[in-house]
Design a protein around this ligand. Structure first.
Ligand code: 13P
Length: 247
């Protein structure tokens, strides 16, 4: 059986480090029913949240890392800064691709760097609204998987997590359907196999407007092992409901 895993991607929230610590404590106080739980706070709150969750059953993830180990990269954080605070890192989120210009080539380098540093990568892939409308979702997502995994050593990738996040569903209140997500998850598993990995063993999360109301659709869908949750992860009650749906 694959691991069931729900991660809250807090993005550029909450507004202060103190509130991030408070939210982390609130998340840690809930029964996860055997589901692995993670939170990805903003980089500046990583240390405080890691400290608050030291004895808790909640894993901490970074939202992004740079592909170089150190150097003149203003505004960036390295894997060695993250290691010790977080068990893993998100890479390839569509908002980073959109706002910071990450290409598949960069995502591949980040993923390789994270794996080499012993950080668990949560690789995000997903098609845009235009690609979806054109019927190209499977082609786009398969291409991303193969390109993003190109640079990483196969050893260390056993702990890879993939998040299928269709861009048109993120932050819109309009999630995909479970049936659609299952179809894309099959594509992802085939692409993982093409990359030399055991696709059946790798957990795949769905992300995009997951809420307490919409989660049942994905918890019941074949092949989906959890969720990467944005907006709904900022409310501990709602996040707990999403987590429990996968128990
Ligand atoms: P929302 O849940 O707010 O749509 O965000 C999803 C997401 O991008 C998680 O990484």
């Amino acid at each position: 059986m694959r691991e069931r895993l729900v991660i809250g991607n807090w993005k550029m929230n909450p507004p202060t480090i103190a509130e991030a610590v408070e939210l982390a404590r609130d998340v840690a106080g809930r029964d996860a029913g055997g589901v692995a739980v993670g939170v990805a706070p903003p980089a500046i709150a990583l240390a405080a949240v890691a400290d608050a969750l030291r004895d808790a059953n909640v894993d901490v993830y970074a939202q992004d890392v740079h592909w170089e180990e150190r150097g003149a990269f203003t505004g960036q954080i390295s894997v060695s800064m993250v290691r010790g605070l977080a068990v893993g890192t998100i890479v390839g989120h569509s908002e980073v691709r959109r706002d910071l210009g990450d290409t598949d080539e960069r995502v591949a380098k980040k993923l390789a760097r994270a794996v080499a540093a012993g950080l668990r990568p949560v690789l995000c892939v997903g098609e845009s609204e235009a690609e979806h409308a054109a019927g190209n979702a499977s082609i786009v997502v398969a291409r991303q998987i193969v390109a993003d995994l190109k640079a990483a050593q196969r050893r260390g990738l056993e702990r890879l997590v993939v998040a299928y996040e269709p861009i048109w569903a993120i932050g819109t209140g309009n999630p995909a359907t479970g049936t659609w997500a299952t179809t894309l998850v099959r594509t992802i598993r085939a692409a993982l196999k093409q990359s030399g990995l055991d696709g059946e063993a790798i957990p795949i999360l769905y992300g995009g407007s997951v809420s307490a109301r919409s989660v049942g659709e994905f918890a019941d869908a074949e092949g989906i092992d959890g969720a990467l949750v944005g907006g709904a992860s900022l409310d501990a009650d709602e996040f707990a409901a999403v987590v429990r749906a996968f128990a």
